[in-house]
Each structure stands twice: as C-alpha cells, then as structure tokens.
Design a protein around this ligand. Structure first.
Ligand SMILES: [Zn+2]
Length: 382
C-alpha cells in the first residue's frame, strides 16, 4: 500500500542529494495517492496535502524550500490501537477528533492547574490545590472517555522529593477517589515505577490504583530479556520499544521474549512502537530559566541554535521546573510500514510536544514532515 523508502533515502537530512532524491520519490508517492483519492475520496487526509508540514531547520533555507510532501501510514490505516501523547490543549483538541486514536496520554506537567507550580509561597492551601489539580485532570479524562477513547496519564519526566504539592501517586489516588482514574499510566522513570509499586488494594485509600494499567515508556530501558524481566517485576504491563535499538535489534529482542520458556509474562507482554515524536536529546533538572533569569514556573518552548544552525526546541516544564532539549527533527517511522509491522507491536504511538493543532492532524493523516530523522531505527548503535 505504501511504498517503502529505498536505501538512498535513508540518509536524509545529511546532505543536499538526499533531499533531491527524496523529492523524486515523493512525487511518485503523491501521484499514487492522488489516484487513490479519486477512487475513494474518504481516504483523503484531512490536512492540506500541498503544504509543507513543519520545518524545524529554520536556518537551512535549502531544506525549508522543499514543497513536496510524502505520505506514510495514517492513524486510520494502522488497523491496530493507536496511542498518542499530548502536551497542549490544541494537540488534545486535534487528537480527540480522530476516530482511530484509541488512547490519549495527557502529560502530567502540561495539564492540570498551571499555577500549582508558581504558588511556591503556598498562598493557597495544599489540600485545596491537590483537589483542584485532581479535578482538572478528572475533567479531561471524562471528556476523553466520552469521546470513546481510553485516557492515560503520562507522568512527569523528573519527579523530585520537593516538587510542589503533589506526587504522581497522590494525584492518581485522588483521581481514583473522584471515580476518574485513567485507564493507563505512562511511566517514564524508575523513580515513578517505585513510587507506584506496591499498589495493592487496601483499606487506606489506594483501592483502585492497581486497576490502572502501567505502561513503561522508552526511557525505562529494557534491551534484553533480563532487563525486561526486571521491568515486569516493577509492575510493567506494557512496554515501549527502546529508541536506542535498531529495528532489527527490536525484532531480535521480541523474538527472544516470545520464545522464552520459563516466564509467560515475557512471552505475552504487549509492546508499543513509537512511530513519531521529537526525541529528547537531554533532560535537565536544572531549570534553564532559573539559571538565566528567574523562573515564573510557566511552561514554554525556547530554541537553542547549535553550530549547524539548527534550532533545537527546549521545552521548559516549569510547572515542575525541568527541561528537555529535543532533537531539531522529529523521529518519523510511520512511513516504514513494513518495518514497524515486523515488530508485531500491539499498538503504535505518536508523541506530540511542540506541534500545532494543524501539524498534529497532518501527521496523523500520514503526511511526513519535510525535515525528519530515523533515530537509531535503521542505523544502530555506533
Ligand atoms: Zn523553571
């Protein structure tokens, strides 16, 4: 259905020739897609197929002028559960409209009551903030459920002992009490896994916490059977393929797990494959704003320009005062349909961070951004 890239195109973004080769190929793709539209206009992606998605390489005018666009698999065309994670209201709006999106993770550091972080002086009582925070998430989860989707909470990337007011476990407990617990929680660090461990039902109020499915993100590494076994001991009920492994290595890992004779959990643990997202190059618990000026505890996006004149987005999650520096180009794997299906994932996931509402729609319609990267998927660890 979707043409695979030929090998020449794998090194895209590394030089001019690649973008020239790519254009030729894209043109073919676009033609075949146009023909498909004729047969079935419903297949047409909602976005504007002529527009160039997003070019993060602002300093590189040659790439910025690429007008053609190629298509990978749309969310509708996976025919398997599609998860997304969102960081903004606009992204949430966009994904709510898309029927084939089956689970939405909302980021803990980007939703809820924004002033919770700035109220360091504690002018509002701790108890009242906790309640308002849980109620804000409950409202989002109820509306996601009402749209027929599963809701998930993506935990913050760094969780300090001194974070204002709430730890993730407390938030989940409050959501359970409100009858609005998420279906799943996306765990991103071992700290959080430990925080949520031992959540058997008890009389003391955490009843229900263990009904929330624990999915571990790619930031909780499991490169081999032994490590995956440990992740399962920590409560993992679903895993994300490690982004540091090549596609082939991911396949080998899954094969080894499926053939494991001693542990049924290893044979059956479901995997999510990340097919889109700006990957973090660095996460820092040192707030950039606090060092450069003063932090007002608002979330924002800054840009760092590297020596190649590429703008790297810096996402400040200052509700909890940590930063992530993202790769300038997003990881795109949703146009490598055969490779992704070869991993036999139970679901695919799109991580949205800095995208606009319109960009989210385009990406889920299958449109491939002008500037992108394959991460390690095809190159391997060097
Ligand atoms: Zn900050």
């Amino acid at each position: 259905m979707v043409r695979r890239d030929n090998s020449r195109n794998e090194k895209r973004n590394t030089g001019k020739n690649d973008s020239r080769n790519r254009n030729k190929n894209d043109y073919k793709k676009q033609n075949s897609l146009k023909e498909r539209y004729k047969e079935n206009p419903k297949d047409k992606p909602k976005g504007n197929p002529k527009g160039n998605i997003k070019d993060n390489s602002r300093g590189n005018s040659k790439e910025a002028k690429v007008e053609t666009i190629s298509y990978g698999v749309s969310a509708d065309d996976w025919h398997m559960p599609v998860s997304v994670s969102v960081e903004t209201e606009a992204q949430l709006r966009a994904v709510m409209d898309i029927k084939s999106v089956s689970r939405i993770y909302v980021d803990e550091a980007c939703f809820g009551i924004p002033e919770i972080g700035s109220d360091i002086a504690g002018t509002v009582s701790k108890g009242s903030n906790e309640e308002r925070e849980a109620e804000a998430f409950a409202e989002i989860f109820r509306s996601i459920r009402a749209s027929g989707k599963e809701c998930g909470l993506r935990l913050r990337r760094i969780e300090r002992e001194t974070d204002p007011y709430l730890n993730s476990r407390k938030l989940l407990e409050n959501l359970v009490k409100l009858g609005a617990a998420p279906d799943a929680v996306l765990i991103r660090s071992f700290d959080e896994a430990m925080l949520l461990s031992g959540s058997e039902p008890s009389e003391s109020g955490n009843k229900g916490l263990n009904t929330i499915k624990k999915i571990f993100d790619y930031t909780c590494y499991g490169y081999n059977t032994e490590a995956v076994s440990m992740l399962l001991d920590l409560g993992a009920e679903g895993l994300t393929y490690p982004i540091e492994l090549t596609g082939r290595e991911c396949m080998a890992l899954r094969k080894a797990l499926k053939e494991n004779e001693s542990d049924e959990r290893l044979r059956t643990v479901p995997y999510e494959a990340l097919v889109y997202g700006h990957l973090p190059m660095m996460v820092s618990a040192n707030c950039i704003q606090r060092t450069s000026d003063r932090c007002d505890h608002r979330n924002r996006i800054l840009r760092l320009r590297d020596r190649m004149q590429k703008d790297m987005p810096v996402r400040c999650y200052c509700k909890y005062c940590y930063n992530q520096i993202f790769n300038a180009e997003p990881l795109v794997l949703y146009d490598l349909e055969e490779d992704i299906r070869a991993l036999d994932p139970e679901s695919v996931r799109y991580d949205f961070s800095i995208e606009s509402e319109n960009e989210v729609r385009k990406i889920l319609s299958g449109a491939v951004p002008g500037a992108m990267t394959r991460g390690h998927f095809r190159h391997g660890i060097e």
